[in-house]
Ligand binder design. Structure first.
Ligand SMILES: Cc1cc2nc3c(=O)[nH]c(=O)nc-3n(C[C@H](O)[C@H](O)[C@H](O)COP(=O)(O)OP(=O)(O)OC[C@H]3O[C@@H](n4cnc5c(N)ncnc54)[C@H](O)[C@@H]3O)c2cc1C
Length: 288
């Protein structure tokens, strides 16, 4: 299908991109285009102009700050992130997630910023970034705002990024020594979307969990933190029995819906299975 006629703008700095977004009515950011171009072709979006951020050097790349925070430019592709030594060294779960995403074509074009700004409930990165306590740097006409992940993802296909704003970078704080992160998901077909996803982060001191985050993806509009499960994990010894903390999922209000892939009941059950597996994987990683 052909693209509809629209204006194509290609700024070379983040500031120029923001100026174009606020000066050009009906303009949207074009990052990897892996979702946006399909939406345009299917007539699901009708912007007057696209602002292509692909060539803005400052929005690409992965580095550490002096305090050990991992900073990922919003227009960094999954392939670049998967290969980035900085990410692989301190936050291997992030590099792994990028390396395992769909296929080479999507990995070479799609960006972590696009993944987060889209906030499709089935997307890989939102639940992982909530588990890692990431912060999002958003530039707008009035300057920069920094939002914690819990505030950035606001609902299905919705984030706190306002019209005219640009996500410039994602910052992930350093993990303490002894932290392990694991994720598991169930997808419909080999290259398809997730039905249920779980991410578990355990900060372990002397064999005991002293801080935990458990997050579900693909069940609800936004990544869903699981306070009852986290409470059950904290204070527990890191042994194979820890997976039973997933039982506490029954105390959470997991809202989900029937869709073309499965019933809400099946999705809820699969979410529990993925959570149990993710806790098990985290325990195994801790033993390595
Ligand atoms: C066949 C196929 C299978 C896929 N499977 C998966 C999968 O299993 N898991 C998964 O996570 N993803 C999957 N995707 C989606 C893919 O990850 C996309 O790359 C991603 O959703 C969007 O990233 P993008 O860089 O391509 O963004 P684009 O498509 O360019 O943009 C997406 C949206 O985000 C906005 N946007 C992008 N960057 C910014 C920014 N910096 N600031 C403000 N707004 C911005 C755009 O305006 C647009 O609304 C799949 C895609 C395809 C084509």
């Amino acid at each position: 299908m052909l693209l509809p006629p629209l204006r194509y703008l290609r700024p070379h700095t983040a500031g120029a991109a923001v100026a174009m977004l606020s000066e050009t009515d009906g303009s949207v950011v074009l990052a990897g285009g892996q979702t946006l171009l399909n939406m345009l072709k299917l007539d699901l979006a009708q912007p007057a102009a696209v602002v292509d951020i692909h060539r803005i050097d400052a929005l690409r790349g992965v580095r550490h700050t002096e305090t050990g925070t991992l900073v990922i430019g919003a227009a960094t592709t999954y392939a670049a992130l998967a290969a980035a030594r900085d990410a692989r060294g301190t936050h291997p779960a992030v590099a792994e997630m990028a390396a395992g995403l769909v296929d080479r074509q999507v990995r070479n074009r799609g960006t972590i910023g696009g993944n987060c700004c889209l906030n499709d409930p089935t997307n890989n990165f939102p639940p992982l970034l909530v588990a890692l306590g990431a912060r999002f740097r958003v530039l707008g006409p009035d300057g920069e705002r920094v939002l914690p992940a819990d505030e950035f993802f606001v609902g299905s296909l919705a984030t706190a990024v306002r019209r005219g704003e640009l996500l410039v970078a994602i910052e992930i704080p350093p993990l303490p020594a002894g932290a392990v992160v694991a994720h598991e998901h169930l997808q419909v077909g080999a290259d398809s979307w997730a039905v249920a996803r779980a991410v578990v982060r355990l900060d372990v001191t002397d064999g005991v969990v002293d801080h935990a985050r458990a997050v579900l993806g693909a069940v609800y509009g936004s990544p869903m933190r699981l306070p009852a499960v986290e409470q059950r994990l904290v204070g527990s010894p890191v042994t194979p029995d820890l997976s039973s903390a997933a039982d506490a999922l029954r105390e959470e209000d997991v809202q989900t819906a029937d869709d073309v892939h499965c019933s809400a009941t099946y999705r809820r059950e699969m979410a529990e299975v993925q959570l149990r597996r993710a806790i098990g994987s985290a325990v195994e990683r801790n033993a390595q």
